[in-house]
Design a protein around this ligand. Structure first.
Ligand code: CS2
Length: 477
């Protein structure tokens, strides 16, 4: 049978009963589908909790999924083989530009939870932790929303604020907003972003949000590389149907949540999610050890000519850099429950899974936002104890070198990076560090340390080619 003769997933094939929409998601990408949608499907009350998911920048993912009635195959890829599962918790997939439908669903009384995977940069916060109202996209949204509330915003936070206004107007009562982006204290960050936009638009709405919206903090984890054409073909061959939107993920998954759900939630704990009172240690463990090592490998690995996480980890120089950074970070992770040695050992196994082609170029994006959370806190903590912080400084040096070798890095501060890059020597390093932390950039010892570490990853085992930057995917992995 040729591919075009195969039955298509969702068109009468494997139809699953549809749960009512009670969760609205913003940021329909691979990670949402491998993580929150998986947890929702595996909750014991899954039949009561359907997800309506909206894309962020482009409609493509919604169009492809809608054509399959929201169904898709999750390929769970371990280092010994693949297994397949059809996920049916997405009951509606919609273009994010359809702010009307988004508002209608957020305003519906049965909706209890709004989840977000909108990327770290979409929270639009300045260095002071408050919404930067002068950022061009935020200012454009505020202008278009206007006092009469007529226009349609384009930023995720603008869309959420408009939808929350619709919920207030409908009298549908409280609900929970759950950030699933890799940010420290992401619930507080989401609250600050939403409150900042609401205050600028409609102070009464800001007061309503304060009273009625619970911002839940979470630490999310599941390595989800971008789907390739080979994955589509693998599903055809292995499952005997056509699925244009499979998603690939490692077997490991983790979800730690902290906060209230005033209108209820699925029993995600049945699927392994953990609810805690103090999330910070878990967040830091994940952000520093997993994401920190990822960023280090992304910059160092590409400078050494590698393409994927597994390739970079197999390079002794990169591995030693990761271990040195982990030693520093671990010194600031307290608590027996964190099981740091086991966590580190498990990470080496996860990163080393060669069947997962997790591209370094994808992780390298948005370095200014990511390094502020992945490298700066560890370096600052080391300095506060009077230590050099060379392990974290090496991550910054790799980033500085990567920016010197990359024509057009994807970053919200790309223009500032270009301006900094036009300078030389210490001046260049200071200007780049200022984008991460003005305080660190003022410390002459740190500048000298970072500068002395530049060049560490020059001349790799693979020939150095100019580093290229891919098109930005719809949220991340
Ligand atoms: C990665 C994460 O792209 C990145 O910045 O570090 O997306 C990482 O793969 C996930 O957080 C894993 O849970």
């Amino acid at each position: 049978m040729t591919a075009s003769q195969l039955p298509v997933l969702g068109r009468g094939l494997k139809s699953l009963p549809k749960a009512p929409v009670r969760i609205v998601h913003l940021g329909l990408g691979a990670f949402h589908r491998s993580h929150q949608a998986w947890y929702t499907q595996h909750a014991s009350d899954a039949s009561e909790w359907g997800i309506a998911a909206f894309t962020g920048r482009r409609p493509d993912a919604a169009v492809a999924l809608a054509a399959q009635d929201g169904l898709y195959t999750l390929i769970e890829r371990s280092d010994s083989g693949d297994s397949f599962e059809v996920i049916g918790s997405l009951v509606e997939a919609v273009d994010g530009a359809d702010v009307g439908r988004f508002s209608e669903l957020v305003a519906a009384p049965q909706t209890a939870v709004v989840t977000l995977t909108i990327t770290e940069v979409a929270y639009g916060l300045g260095a002071d932790g408050r919404l930067d109202r002068n950022a061009p996209d935020v200012a454009a949204d505020l202008a278009v929303m206007g006092e009469a509330g007529q226009g349609l915003p384009t930023t995720p936070i603008g869309r959420l604020v408009v939808a929350l206004a619709a919920r207030r107007d409908a009298g549908s009562g409280p609900l929970a907003v759950v950030s699933c982006d890799n940010l420290a204290d992401n619930g507080t960050v989401a609250r600050a972003a939403v409150a900042g936009m609401a205050e600028a638009w409609d102070p009464d709405l800001a007061a309503w949000i304060e009273e009625n919206v619970s911002f839940v903090s979470t630490s999310v984890d599941r390595i989800t590389p971008r789907t390739t054409e080979a994955d589509v073909i693998e599903v055809q061959d292995g499952c005997g149907y056509s699925d244009r939107s499979p998603v690939v993920a490692e077997p490991f998954r983790d979800w730690v949540l902290c906060g209230d759900f005033p209108a209820g939630r699925p029993r995600w704990e049945d699927a392994g999610a953990v609810f805690v009172d103090d999330i910070e240690p878990y967040e830091n463990r994940k952000l520093w050890l997993l994401n920190g090592a990822h960023s280090l490998l992304a910059y160092a690995g590409q400078l050494r000519g590698h393409t994927t996480v597994a390739e970079a980890l197999a390079d002794g120089l990169c591995l030693r850099a990761v271990e040195a950074f982990w030693d520093e970070a671990s010194a600031h992770l307290a608590g027996e429950d964190l099981h740091i040695p086991e966590y580190r050992a498990a990470l080496l196994g996860r990163f080393g899974n060669r069947r997962i082609a997790h591209h370094l170029s994808q992780i390298a994006m948005d370095g200014t936002t990511k390094l502020r959370m992945r490298a700066v806190p560890v370096l600052s903590a080391e300095r506060a104890l009077g230590r050099s912080g060379s392990g974290s400084a090496l991550m910054l040096a790799a980033w500085v070198d990567y920016l010197g070798a990359t024509a057009e890095p994807q970053d919200p501060l790309a223009a500032d990076i270009a301006a900094a890059n036009s300078q030389d020597g210490d001046r260049r390093v200071v200007s780049l560090l200022e984008l991460l932390s003005p305080e660190l950039a003022r410390d002459a010892d740190i500048v000298a340390l970072v500068r002395s570490l530049c060049g560490t990853f020059a001349g790799g085992p693979a020939p150095a080619t100019p580093i290229t930057v891919p098109v930005r995917p719809e949220r991340n992995s």
